[in-house]
Every structure is written in structure tokens, then in C-alpha cells.
Design a protein around this ligand. Structure first.
Ligand code: CUA
Length: 170
């Protein structure tokens, strides 16, 4: 089969670009643990605050001692408005909204996710010690710019850990 030279150059070019894309995706996912934030976990949005997963917002430890942070977004605040977490420790965030779509962004970190009513967004990340601002980066109404929370990250040795949960609430 005769393939024109320019045709061959373009075919190889396309092949190289595709290989680069697949490689960078694999490196990001496997090497840097960068994943889409949401898994498909649903929740009735109107009852999120009474749902066992979000009845108590804030920081908790599961039975295996892993740190979780549960946050509910609503116009125009995050619940809880302030959290303290241990540094250099994996923290799994569980986020949901009871009204409209919000954007959970821990400024100057890779912690970020859309927060969609009816779904639980989840991601795991770790922080260096310091003070972080949690902002809403998805326009949600007239008070959007005031929707913020504070995150204190302290050295793990100074962190007052909550009691472990008796039963795992996912
Ligand atoms: Cu919530 Cu913007």
C-alpha cells in the first residue's frame, strides 16, 4: 500500500501526541495520585443534614484511625466554618450541598471539588502545617463571595484527635 510521505508524517505525529496524552494521564493517575474527585455516591439533598454521613460535620476518625472531614455547603456558608487537621496526614473529604452547586476550594492546595446537591464528592489529600482559606469557586448566588471557611493544619503531634467512630459511616 502506498502512503504519501505527508500522510505518514501526520499519522506518526498523531500517534506520538496520543502516546504523550496517555502517558501523562497514567503518570498523573498512578504516580501523582490525581483522580477525579467524585465517586458516585448519592444522598437526598434536602435531608443531607440529618443523614448519618453528615449529621455531624467536621473532622472524625474512622475505626482504622483514618482522618475524615465532612463538609456541607449551603447558601452561603460551609458547615463547619472552621476545622483543624493534622499535617502530613491523608485526609479524606466528603462534601455535599443541600441547595445549589458550590465549589469547594482549599486555596493554594490541590484540594478542590465541585459540590453538587444529591451527590457526595470525595477526595483525599494531605497538607503542610499552616492556615488555609476554603473558598467557594462556583457562583451560587448573591452571597457567593462571602462563602468561606478556615482550615487550620497543625503538626500531627499537636493535633487533638477526635474519638474513633464506633461504627464506620463510610
Ligand atoms: Cu457557594 Cu459560591
Amino acid at each position: 500500500m502506498n502512503i504519501d510521505l505527508y500522510e505518514r508524517i501526520w499519522m506518526w505525529g498523531v500517534g506520538v501526541v496520543l502516546a504523550l496524552f496517555f502517558t501523562s494521564t497514567a503518570v498523573a493517575a498512578l504516580g501523582h495520585q490525581i483522580h477525579p474527585p467524585s465517586h458516585v455516591e448519592t444522598i437526598p439533598p434536602g435531608q443531607a443534614l440529618s443523614d448519618p454521613r453528615f449529621r455531624r460535620q467536621g473532622v472524625s476518625l474512622d475505626q482504622r484511625g483514618r482522618v475524615h472531614a465532612r463538609v456541607v455547603g449551603l447558601m452561603f456558608t460551609w458547615l463547619p466554618p472552621e476545622m483543624t487537621l493534622p499535617a502530613d496526614t491523608p485526609v479524606t473529604f466528603h462534601l455535599t450541598s443541600i441547595d445549589v452547586i458550590h465549589g469547594f476550594q482549599i486555596v493554594r492546595t490541590n484540594g478542590q471539588s465541585m459540590v453538587v446537591p444529591g451527590y457526595v464528592s470525595q477526595f483525599t489529600t494531605r497538607f503542610a502545617a499552616g492556615e488555609y482559606l476554603i473558598a467557594c469557586n462556583e457562583y451560587c448566588g448573591v452571597g457567593h463571595h462571602t462563602m468561606a471557611a478556615k482550615l487550620h493544619v497543625v503538626p500531627a503531634s499537636q493535633w487533638k484527635s477526635p474519638a474513633r467512630e464506633v461504627a464506620d459511616v463510610r
